[in-house]
Design a protein around this ligand. Structure first.
Ligand code: ZN
Length: 279
């Protein structure tokens, strides 16, 4: 529809994800759809994700309270799987009791596919580094006991996070580095340990040369795509709330960087997510 004489004309520069006509094989490997940001239109956005070629979504619950309170939101959406972990910014909430509840849930609920997001966050400085590190290690140990993959959050703490993982024996363990934003040298350190890397929307932003150079070199069989919604919205929707369908624009950018079709990227990153999480 040509509407250039209407006030909606500006929208012409913001294609809807459905317009990319992707096959239904993509995976958003990291979403926070249980947050109240989505209370008004959660089901509608889940339907839009399906219409945009998303076959599965991994929803990340930030601790056992969130899981217990909100897992029912997804009763009608069996293609959404779950992760559960105490985020480093809430590491002071981890207690013997909450860890026991996490173990019980991870054991009982087949929709829970891994432990995360866990790690270190030295950007917000909300919790003491020692407390963060202790909670990180306890949850890593839990994942090992249950033989579950781990999903890592690391902000302004990459070297420290890497050191903890290696100290705890996670070389060649199923580790996914969520929201990767570092350079090629760091990507290679992760790849050398056999780990996977998940790419968020900021890849589509200008002035991310180091990240783009890293993505150019990361082997396709180690790449996943995520929204981290409602945060980190890719172009051309930057500035709006993020949601899973917009993963398509990150896939498009990866295709441009790697010289592959968006459909190939969509299929391969989707397959990687299915394999990694056993979806
Ligand atoms: Zn997250």
């Amino acid at each position: 529809m040509n509407c250039k004489h209407t006030p909606m004309a500006k929208k012409k520069n913001r294609p809807e994800p459905e317009s990319l006509e992707l096959p239904m094989v993509g995976v958003d490997s990291h979403a926070h759809l249980d947050l109240d940001d989505f209370d008004e239109d959660r089901d509608a956005l889940i339907a839009r994700a399906t219409a945009s070629g998303i076959s599965q979504i991994v929803n990340v619950f930030l601790g056992p309270d969130a899981y217990e309170r909100n897992k029912g939101l997804f009763d009608d959406h069996p293609h959404i799987s779950f992760l559960l972990g105490e985020h480093p910014n809430n590491a002071d909430r981890l207690t013997d009791d909450s860890l026991t509840r996490m173990r019980d849930h991870l054991t009982a609920d087949p929709r829970l596919k891994g432990v995360g997001e866990i790690g270190l966050d030295y950007y917000w400085e909300r919790v003491d580094h020692d407390i963060q590190k202790n909670a990180f290690i306890r949850q890593l140990t839990l994942a090992q006991e249950l033989s579950l993959p781990v999903v890592i959050h690391s902000r302004d703490a990459n070297a420290e996070t890497l050191a903890v993982l290696l100290d705890q024996g996670f070389k060649d363990y199923p580790v996914l580095w969520h929201c990767f934003g570092a350079d090629l040298e760091f990507a290679e350190a992760l790849l050398d340990n056999g780990w996977h890397i998940s790419i968020p929307g900021p890849l589509t932003y200008r002035k991310t040369d180091d990240l783009q150079a890293a993505v150019a070199r990361i082997p396709l069989d180690r790449l996943l795509i995520e929204t981290d919604c409602p945060f980190l919205t890719p172009e051309p929707w930057r500035g709006k709330r993020n949601h899973p369908a917009l993963t398509a624009f990150t896939a498009k950018r990866i295709g441009e960087i790697k010289g592959r079709s968006i459909t190939d990227i969509w299929q391969i990153t989707g397959d990687n997510a299915r394999r990694f999480f056993n979806l």
